[in-house]
Design a protein around this ligand. Structure first.
Ligand code: PLP
Length: 419
């Protein structure tokens, strides 16, 4: 008997799930459906597709939405979205032309003037700008909280602002970039639950770019929505900008709808590239996590390194951070940062002398990437907040790639020698 595909692991399904070769001349791989529109067999069929697409009628059991127009649906995006759902056990997914368009579309779909957004701090620079400038201009207020805050501190912050009836969404990014501080997803879910009323559900959205979709599954811990910059691990080859939002059906419906009207969906070529990337996602990320452990151990013992910020090094002595790590992270990941002894000059000398790793922002790619958060990715952050967050002039962020770890370590060693 054929094994029920739902019992196969996601990595076993990434090559074939959701694609029917017979519909594409027997091609083993999904072709790129580089087309703007789709031909209806009859006018009646076109009418039916639109009735389903616009929600005028409920689809019959097993009826899939017919292909209409590539801003609404396209096979490369639909198959990709079905595959993305498998890792996080999500009901629905939507793929976007960038991580930022996934984030902005998702936030605009669920927030309206007068609502308050509670968010973890620090946030990815682009998200921080969108939340604290663009959303504010639309009349959405924000409350930030920090890694040191426990559940009661967060409750107190909401109360202090008199926002108990106004918080509409909680948005967290964990681990935080670039310091790897962790935020408790289950605690945020608990607060969202407490603030929800019968006719006002408070949603929890988690930006899982740093750990996902392999090493952390926010939906399991009570989140409603998960966000990815698919530019990072999902794409994984530094050759595409894309994003994804996935989650529970009720939370996803408004997101998919707004995507249609903002037109922020990804194109078929991006969909095809990401499907190709998903086939190797698990092997890439497993190798990167293993390499990161070796690299982090090497850096910890190096005389020119002051401190390494790597999740896999957390111990009981780290208290709450270690507890969160045990609860929600499957590995230490492959992002780390470290302080070289000295300041900007020493950090720059290190960066300028790397031979294997590249000096570039972004992360999660096959090649190792290093950068200087204080003057690059986090250049915009308020100086006092930078200090408080530990984004100092001697901090370097490293995204560990798939090169042999001994070669990576040899490269780091020779660059540190020049410091
Ligand atoms: C890169 C990144 C984003 C933005 O994604 P883009 O694909 O660059 O638009 C959002 N969140 C995190 C955590 C990121 O690293």
């Amino acid at each position: 008997m054929k094994k029920d595909p739902r019992n196969f692991r996601p990595e076993s399904l990434m090559m074939s799930y959701g694609y029917e070769p017979a519909l594409s001349e027997g091609a083993i791989k999904c072709p790129i459906f580089q087309t703007s529109t789709f031909v209806f067999k009859t006018a009646e069929e076109g009418k039916r597709f639109f009735q389903v697409a616009t929600g005028q009628v409920e689809p019959d059991p097993g009826e899939e939405l017919g292909l209409i127009y590539s801003r609404l649906n396209n096979p490369d995006l639909e198959i990709l979205e079905n595959r993305l759902c498998l890792w996080d056990k999500a009901d629905q997914a939507a793929v976007f032309e960038s991580g930022m368009s996934a984030i902005s579309t998702m936030l605009l779909a669920h927030l309206k003037p007068g609502d308050v957004l509670l968010h973890s701090q620090p946030l990815y620079g682009g998200t921080d700008h969108f939340v604290n400038h663009v959303l504010r201009d639309f009349g959405v207020d924000t409350i930030g909280y920090e890694p040191e805050d426990d559940c009661d501190d967060i409750r107190a912050r909401i109360k202090k602002q008199g926002a108990e009836n106004k918080v509409k969404m909680i948005y967290i990014e964990t681990p935080a970039n670039p310091t790897n501080h962790l935020f408790d997803i289950a605690c945020a879910a608990e607060i969202a639950e407490e603030l929800s009323t019968e006719d006002r559900q408070v949603l929890l959205a988690v930006d899982n770019t740093y750990m996902g979709p392999i090493w952390q599954h926010p939906l399991e811990h009570g989140a409603d929505l998960v966000i990815y910059s698919a530019t990072k691990y999902i794409g994984g080859h530094s050759d595409v900008i894309a994003g994804a939002c996935l989650g529970k059906e009720d939370a996803m419906k408004p997101v998919r709808k707004l995507r249609t009207f903002l037109g922020s969906m990804a194109g078929p070529w991006t969909g095809w590239l990401l499907m190709r990337s998903l086939e190797t996602l698990k092997v890439r990320m497993d190798q990167q996590a293993e390499n990161a452990r070796h690299v982090a151990d090497f850096l910890r013992d190096h005389p020119k390194v002051e401190k390494v910020h790597y999740l896999g090094h957390l111990t009981e002595a780290d208290g709450k951070q270690f507890e969160i790590y045990k609860k929600q992270c499957k590995t230490g990941g492959a992002m780390l940062s470290f302080n070289v002894k000295g300041g900007e000059a020493e950090a720059f000398r290190f960066l300028n002398n790397m031979q294997l790793a590249h000096l570039a922002v972004s992360l999660g790619s096959t090649e190792s990437l290093a950068e200087h958060p204080a003057t690059m990715t986090h250049a915009d952050v308020d100086p006092s907040l930078k200090e408080q967050m530990g984004i100092t002039s001697n901090l370097i962020r490293l995204s560990v790639g798939i090169e042999h770890y001994e070669d990576q370590i040899a490269d780091l060693a020779q660059a540190l020698d020049k410091v």
